[in-house]
Design a protein around this ligand. Structure first.
Ligand code: GLN
Length: 221
């Protein structure tokens, strides 16, 4: 594996991400939604960030956040220029965190209604699952993350209706998982970037670092 000591964030210099880099370079898909809030939070926690609007900008990233927004709008954009395939390939190999619409994009099965997705994460989600009365809510619940209860901001949130065996459930709402991990993939049905609590992003950055150290660049599943 080549050693790349540079932490330069330019695409050409970051052509290969390796375990020798101390500071992870995390992309935030910047098509729609509050991507800047994710980037700000990741920077506060010591990561370098890159806003991603083109497939080529995935090159050299150590991790990626797919923010909330409207998954149908994401799909319209991603279905052009092979972006969907590049993103699917990336999420198979590198640490990725999908929040809300991002969680829907990662899921293997999407219902209410059914729609295309990357399908990289072995979960099933129902879109807009909480009805009009409860479609947006701020709740506090127990979490497996250390440090006590977690605030969760839900905006027209999906519900994770099925998880594969071995999925780690880190938080729940009414019994349904709201924050789940499968290896190098993390998904939340809420918006952690809208809470002051930085634990979810910190947890993801720890995953990014683990993945940088355990999986050489270019390795596929
Ligand atoms: N309801 C949106 C969808 O189905 C997700 C909402 C969100 O990301 N906050 O794509």
């Amino acid at each position: 594996m080549p050693i790349e000591p540079s932490t330069d964030t330019s695409i050409s210099a970051a052509a290969s991400s390796t375990s020798s880099k101390a500071v992870p370079l995390v992309g935030v898909l910047a098509i729609q939604g509050d991507y800047q809030a994710h980037a700000d939070r990741l920077q506060e926690l010591g990561a370098k960030t890159r806003l991603v609007r083109l497939p080529a900008e995935l090159e050299g990233l150590d991790g990626l956040v797919i923010p909330g927004g409207e998954s149908t709008t994401f799909l319209k954009f991603l279905e052009r220029g092979g972006f969907m395939d590049s993103l699917r390939d990336f999420t198979r190999r590198k640490a990725t965190f999908g929040t809300c619409a991002g969680c829907i994009l990662l899921a293997k099965e999407v219902s209410e209604p059914a729609q295309a997705s990357l399908g990289t994460m072995d979960i099933g989600v129902e879109r807009n699952a909480y009805g009009r009365q409860n479609d947006s809510a701020v709740l506090t619940a127990e979490t497996a993350l250390p440090g006590g209860e977690l605030e969760m901001v839900f905006i027209r949130a999906p519900r994770i209706a099925r998880i594969a065996e071995g999925t780690e459930v880190l938080a729940r709402r009414d019994g349904s998982p709201t924050l789940v991990r499968q290896g190098h993939l993390l998904a939340a049905t809420f918006h952690p970037e809208l809470s002051l609590d930085a634990r979810v992003h910190q947890y993801f950055l720890d995953m990014v670092r683990q993945n940088m150290h355990s999986r050489p660049a270019g390795t596929t599943e």
